[in-house]
Write a protein that binds this ligand. Structure first.
Ligand SMILES: *[C@@H]1O[C@H](CO)[C@@H](O)[C@H](O)[C@H]1NC(C)=O
Ligand SMILES: *[C@@H]1O[C@H](CO)[C@@H](O)[C@H](O)[C@H]1NC(C)=O
Ligand SMILES: *[C@@H]1O[C@H](CO)[C@@H](O)[C@H](O)[C@H]1NC(C)=O
Ligand SMILES: *[C@@H]1O[C@H](CO)[C@@H](O)[C@H](O)[C@H]1NC(C)=O
Length: 895
C-alpha cells in the first residue's frame, strides 16, 4: 500500500556533504550586503500559528514571477484589497512593519485581540561579493560561501536566485520568540554565486504578528500593531572546521567546592565535515580533583551545533575558577580543543546568606541542562518539608536574568526549584517542558542525596511538591497540578491564562473558511491535551490559591476567575481561593511574594508535616487525554483510551459503606494503586469486579469490549501517542534518519529540524544515515524521525512499516505525509516519518514538523498543495491512531 508513493523518486540535488576539510582563508574574504529597501505585502488575517500550514510566501506563488503592482484581497483593508508597500530597515537589519492605514480600532471593537493576528510577506535582496583576490582558477565550488542568517521575530525566510523561480524554496524558521542564546541558521545558497562579480539574491520573509509574543499595541498607547523584525546576514567563517559555541555551554555552580550537579556541556559547531567527539582528558593539574567522561557518542553533522555531554565526578573539593580539559574530535584528522570553562564558586549557604544555585543534570539521559535552586534557611528537623516548583513566564530566561529567582522569598524549610522548561518559551510547560520541570526537581534531590555535604538538606525521592508560577508559568502550574494531581500538594498560579485558544481566539482563521468542521475537530483534538479547562476536574481535592492583577493588560483577569468557577462547578467544596489584586497589572514584585501566599504555603506545609490525611471527596472525576503525559489522581490512572483523540474520564464514587462505584467514559485500561486508595468491593460500569483474595498494591483493569472489564495480570501498556508533538518526548537525543545517498534535501531538512529543536527546546539530535540505524545503537534509545522516502525504503527492508495512512491522494504532486509509527524495538519510543510524493511535498511536510505549541497536528496528516492558499484546509487526510496503532475510524478524515 505504501509502495505506491514510496517509490516516487525525490528530486535530488548533488550531494554537498562530506566536504573535505582544508585550511582556507580566502573564504573569509567573501562579503555580503543586505539591502535596506523592503517590499511589504499585507496584512492578511490569520489565527495564531496558522502560518505553519500556509505557504510562508502567502499570497505569492514563488513558482511564478512576482507582480509588484497587483492587489490582493484582504478583509482587514478598506475596500477589501491590499497593495505592495515599501519599508526601509536600519543598517543593522531592523525593520518595523506596520499598516497604519488599516482601521485597527474599528476591527478590534468587534473582533478583539484576534484581529491583531496577521500575516505579511516581505522581500528584500542581498548581494554577495567574491574575494578580491579570487579568480575562476583559485576558487572551487566547495568554496561557496555559506551564510549565517538570523531572523528575529519573523516566522520563516528563504533565499532565492533573482533570475529563476524556485519550485520549492527551502524555508528556514525564524527565531520568532527572540530566544536567549540563539544561533543563526547556516544557509546554503540556492545557486553558485559568481566568483568574479557580485551576485544578488532575493530574500523572502514571512512576517506574522502574534499578539501573545509581541503584545497589545495599547500598551504603547497605539492601536496599530507593529512587527519589529530583524534580519542579520553574515558570511560564515570556515577557516576552522570545528568551532566552539560557548553560548551553548552548560555548567553547574560549585558550592563549598562541590559540583552542584553532574552535567557539563560544551557547545561545538562543525563548519564542514562530520566530526565525532573521541575523548575528553582532564588537565593534569585538576586530575586529582575530578574526572570527566563523555556520556554518549556525539557526531556533529556539517553546520550542526551540538552540546557535548560530559559527566563530572569529583574526588575532592575543588575551589578553582575554571574547569580545564582537552576535547578531541576526529574526522579525517583529529582536532584538539583546550577548554577552560569558567565556573562560579559559592560558599555553603547559611541561615543568613545564600546564593541562588545553578545546578545541572542530563535531560533525556544526555542533554546537559541547568536549573536554579534557592536553598531553605534551616536544615531538616525531622522529615523534610515539601519543595516548591516555580515556573517562569514566557520569555523569561532564568539563567541570563535574575528576575525570576528574585521574585521569591527564601523559605524556612522548603527548597525552591526553578526549572528552565528547556527554554524561556519551551512548550508552555507541557510535554517536554513538564518533563524538564519534574526532572529538574529529581536532579536536585539526587544532588542533595548523593553528596554527604548536603545530607542534612536532603529530600526523599519522588517528593510531592507545591507548584507556583506566573503568566505562562501560572498556566503551567494549572497544567502540572491537573495532569499530575498525586504529585502536587497544592498550587498557586498567578496571572495564568486558561489555554492558547482562550488567550487569543482562533476566530480569524483563514483555514476554517474552507474546511469541513469535522476535519477541524480532528485537527484540534491535538490541542485537547493543552486545554487546561477540561482537566480542572482533577483538582477538586487540591488546595488552589489563584492570584491575578485586576487590571492585567497581558493576561486578562477573567481567565483566573473562569478557572476558579470551573473548579467550583465540579465541586463547590473545592479548596479554591482566588485573590484578585485590584488595579494591579500583569507583573508586580509582590504577586507571588506576599503574606497571603506565604500563609497559604505555610498551611500546606503544616498539614503535610502533621500527617493530616489527604482530602478525598466521596466522588471525583479523573480526566485524561494522553495517558503517558498524565499521572494518577488518588491512585487512579488511565492507561489507554478506547478512542484516542477524545478525552477519557473515570468517575469514582465511594459510598458510606465503603463500596466503590466507577463509571468510565472512553477508557480502555486503567489501574488503581490500592496502597493509596484501598478498595474492598468494586463495581466498574455497573458490574461487580471479583477481586482476588490476595491483592497486590496495583489493580490493573482493561476492557474486553467497550465497558466490559476484566482484571489484567500485568501492567497495561501506557498509550503515548495522540498527537504528533509527542515525538518530542524522547528518552534520548532524537535520531534524524536520512537516506545513505543523494540526500542533499533530506540532510538540509534534518539540519533545519535539528537547528529548530535546539533553538526552541535545547533538544539534541543525532543525524544518521539509514544504514547506520542498526549499528549506531539508535534503536536502543529514544524517538526516531525518518526524513524522506529514501530513508524509509531502507528501513522497510529490515522491519515492517505498518499503518501507512490511506493512499488515495498519492498520485498528486506536492503531497507531504507525516505519521507517527511504533518504534520497531522499543515500546517506550516512537517514530515519525516525513514522506512525500516529491521534493515540494517533502518541504511541505518538513514545515509541519511539530516544533511549536498551538499548531494542530494529530498523529498523522497528509497535506496537499492547496495548503499554500488555504492553510489547514489543504489537508487531504488526517487522523489519530487507535491505542494499538491501527485505524481509528471516528478520529479519521479523508478528502
Ligand atoms: C576566522 O576565524 C579565524 C580563526 O578563528 C580567525 O583567525 C579570523 O580572524 C576569522 N576571520 C574573520 C573574517 O572573522
Ligand atoms: C504555483 O504556480 C505553479 C506554476 O504556475 C503552478 O503549477 C502551481 O499550481 C501554483 N500553485 C498554487 C498553489 O497555486
Ligand atoms: C521562619 O522561621 C522564623 C524563626 O523560627 C519565624 O520567626 C518566621 O515566622 C518563619 N517564617 C515563616 C514564613 O514561616
Ligand atoms: C460537599 O461537602 C458536603 C459536606 O461535607 C458533602 O455532604 C457533599 O457531598 C460534598 N459535595 C461533593 C460534591 O463532594
Amino acid at each position: 500500500m505504501l509502495a505506491a508513493w514510496a517509490c516516487v523518486l525525490l528530486l535530488r540535488m548533488a550531494s554537498a556533504s562530506q566536504v573535505p576539510w582544508r585550511l582556507s582563508d580566502h573564504n573569509n574574504d567573501w562579503s555580503v550586503e543586505l539591502s535596506t529597501d523592503w517590499n511589504v505585502l499585507g496584512p492578511f488575517p490569520i489565527h495564531a500559528r496558522e502560518q505553519h500550514y500556509l505557504s510562508p510566501s502567502f499570497p505569492l506563488n514563488l513558482s511564478e514571477p512576482v507582480d509588484y503592482t497587483a492587489s490582493w484581497p484582504s478583509s482587514y483593508a478598506d475596500g477589501g484589497k491590499v497593495l505592495w508597500s515599501s519599508a526601509v530597515s536600519t543598517l543593522d537589519g531592523s525593520l518595523q512593519v506596520s499598516f497604519p492605514d488599516i482601521r485597527w480600532k474599528s476591527l478590534r471593537d468587534t473582533e478583539g485581540w484576534a484581529v491583531l493576528q496577521h500575516h505579511a510577506v516581505l522581500r528584500t535582496t542581498l548581494t554577495i561579493y567574491p574575494p578580491k583576490s579570487a579568480s575562476q582558477n583559485t576558487l572551487s565550488p566547495s568554496d561557496n560561501p555559506k551564510l549565517l542568517i538570523h531572523l528575529f521575530q519573523g516566522s520563516y525566510f528563504a533565499v532565492l536566485p533573482t533570475d529563476a523561480h524556485m519550485k520549492s524554496p527551502r524555508w528556514y524558521t525564524g527565531d520568532v520568540y527572540a530566544m536567549e542564546r540563539a544561533l543563526p541558521h547556516v544557509v546554503q545558497l540556492p545557486t553558485t554565486p559568481s566568483l568574479v562579480n557580485p551576485t544578488t539574491y532575493e530574500i523572502f520573509v514571512s512576517g506574522d504578528y502574534e499578539i501573545r509574543l509581541f503584545g497589545d499595541p495599547h500598551v504603547h498607547g497605539s492601536d496599530v500593531p507593529v512587527q519589529n523584525i530583524k534580519l542579520t546576514v553574515d558570511v560564515e567563517n570556515t577557516s576552522l572546521p570545528v568551532v566552539r559555541e560557548p553560548s551553548q555551554d552548560v555548567v553547574c555552580n560549585f558550592v563549598d567546592g562541590q559540583a552542584f550537579g553532574s552535567a557539563v556541556g560544551i557547545g561545538l559547531k562543525s563548519t564542514a565535515g562530520w566530526w565525532t567527539v573521541e575523548s575528553v582528558e582532564v588537565a593534569p593539574e585538576s586530575a586529582g580533583y575530578f574526572n570527566l567522561e563523555l556520556v554518549r557518542n556525539i557526531r556533529i553533522a556539517p553546520t550542526q551545533t551540538r552540546t557535548v555531554p560530559l559527566r563530572i565526578s569529583q574526588f575532592k573539593s575543588f575551589y578553582n575558577s575554571q574547569l580545564k580539559f582537552k576535547l578531541t574530535l576526529v574526522s579525517k584528522t583529529p582536532i584538539v580543543f583546550d577548554i577552560a570553562l569558567d565556573i562560579t564558586q559559592s560558599p555553603q549557604w547559611s541561615d543568613s546568606s545564600f546564593p541562588t544555585i545553578q545546578g545541572t543534570y542530563f535531560y533525556a539521559t544526555s542533554m546537559p541542562t541547568a536549573f536554579l535552586a534557592i536553598p531553605p534557611k534551616y536544615e531538616n528537623h525531622g522529615a523534610p518539608k515539601p519543595p516548591i516548583l516555580a515556573l517562569h513566564g514566557a520569555g523569561v530566561d532564568i539563567i541570563g536574568q535574575s528576575f525570576w529567582a528574585d521574585s521569591f522569598s527564601r523559605q524556612n524549610h522548603s527548597w525552591i526549584v526553578l526549572p528552565s522548561g528547556r527554554t524561556s518559551w519551551g512548550l508552555d510547560w507541557h510535554g517536554l517542558s513538564a518533563a524538564d520541570a519534574w526532572e529538574s526537581l529529581d536532579a536536585l534531590i539526587g544532588i542533595l542525596n548523593d553528596n554527604s555535604a548536603f545530607g542534612s538538606w536532603s529530600l526523599p525521592l519522588n517528593s510531592a511538591v507545591i507548584v507556583m508560577g506566573h503568566s505562562n508559568g501560572g498556566q503551567g502550574a494549572w497544567y502540572l497540578a491537573s495532569r499530575y494531581p498525586d504529585r502536587v500538594l497544592a498550587v498557586a498560579p498567578a496571572a495564568a491564562y486558561i489555554k492558547s485558544q482562550s488567550y487569543v481566539p482562533l476566530i480569524m482563521s483563514r483555514s476554517a473558511r474552507y474546511m469541513d468542521p469535522a476535519l477541524s475537530a480532528i485537527l484540534e483534538s491535538s490541542l485537547t491535551p493543552d486545554n487546561n479547562d477540561l482537566f480542572v476536574s482533577n483538582l477538586v481535592d487540591m488546595p488552589v490559591f489563584a492570584i491575578h492583577g485586576g487590571n492585567d493588560e497581558n493576561v486578562p483577569v477573567w481567565h483566573s476567575r473562569e478557572l476558579i468557577s470551573i473548579l467550583q462547578t465540579w465541586n463547590p467544596n473545592a479548596s479554591a481561593i482566588f485573590q484578585e489584586d485590584p488595579g494591579k497589572l500583569h507583573w508586580y514584585p509582590t504577586v507571588l511574594n506576599n503574606e497571603r501566599v506565604q500563609a497559604f504555603l505555610n498551611g500546606v506545609i503544616e498539614s503535610v508535616s502533621s500527617e493530616q490525611p489527604k482530602v478525598r471527596s466521596p466522588s471525583f472525576t479523573l480526566t485524561v487525554a494522553i495517558p503517558a503525559e498524565s499521572g494518577s489522581l488518588h491512585g487512579w490512572r488511565i492507561e489507554s483510551l478506547d478512542i484516542p483523540g477524545r478525552i477519557a474520564r473515570l468517575v469514582v464514587h465511594t459510598m458510606d459503606d465503603g463500596k466503590v462505584f466507577v463509571t468510565s467514559s472512553n477508557v480502555k485500561a486503567f489501574h488503581v494503586d490500592l496502597s493509596i486508595f484501598p478498595v474492598s468491593s468494586l463495581w466498574v460500569d455497573n458490574t461487580r469486579v471479583h477481586l482476588p483474595h490476595k491483592l497486590d498494591d496495583m489493580l490493573y483493569m482493561k476492557t474486553v469490549e467497550p465497558r466490559v472489564w476484566k482484571i489484567s495480570d500485568d501492567p497495561n501498556q501506557l498509550q503515548s501517542s495522540g498527537r504528533m508533538q509527542t515525538i518530542l518526548s524522547s528518552k534520548t537525543p532524537l535520531a534524524l534518519v536520512i537516506p545513505d545517498e543523494s540526500h542533499s534535501q533530506e540532510l538540509s531538512i534534518a539540519l533545519r529540524i535539528a537547528h529548530d529543536l535546539h533553538l526552541y527546546h535545547r533538544l539534541d539530535c543525532a543525524i544518521i544515515q539509514s544504514s547506520e540505524v542498526f549499528t549506531s545503537g539508535t534503536l536502543d534509545g529514544g524517538n526516531v524521525v525518518v526524513v524522506g522516502n529514501g530513508a524509509a525504503t531502507h528501513l522497510r527492508n529490515s522491519f515492517e512499516i505498518r499503518n501507512p495512512p490511506p493512499e488515495q491522494p498519492l498520485d498528486i504532486p506536492g503531497i507531504g505525509i507525516l505519521f507517527l509509527h511504533p518504534h520497531p524495538t522499543n515500546s517506550d519510543a516512537k517514530m515519525l516519518l516525513l514522506q512525500s510524493t516529491d521534493s515540494v511535498g517533502l518541504e511541505r511536510a518538513a514545515r509541519l514538523f511539530p516544533v511549536r505549541t498551538g499548531v494542530p497536528l494529530p498523529d498523522w496528516v497528509i497535506i496537499g498543495p492547496d495548503s499554500d492558499r488555504v492553510g489547514a484546509a489543504g489537508v487531504v487526510s488526517a487522523g489519530v491512531w487507535s491505542s494499538s496503532w491501527t485505524w481509528n475510524e471516528p478520529m479519521s478524515w479523508m478528502y
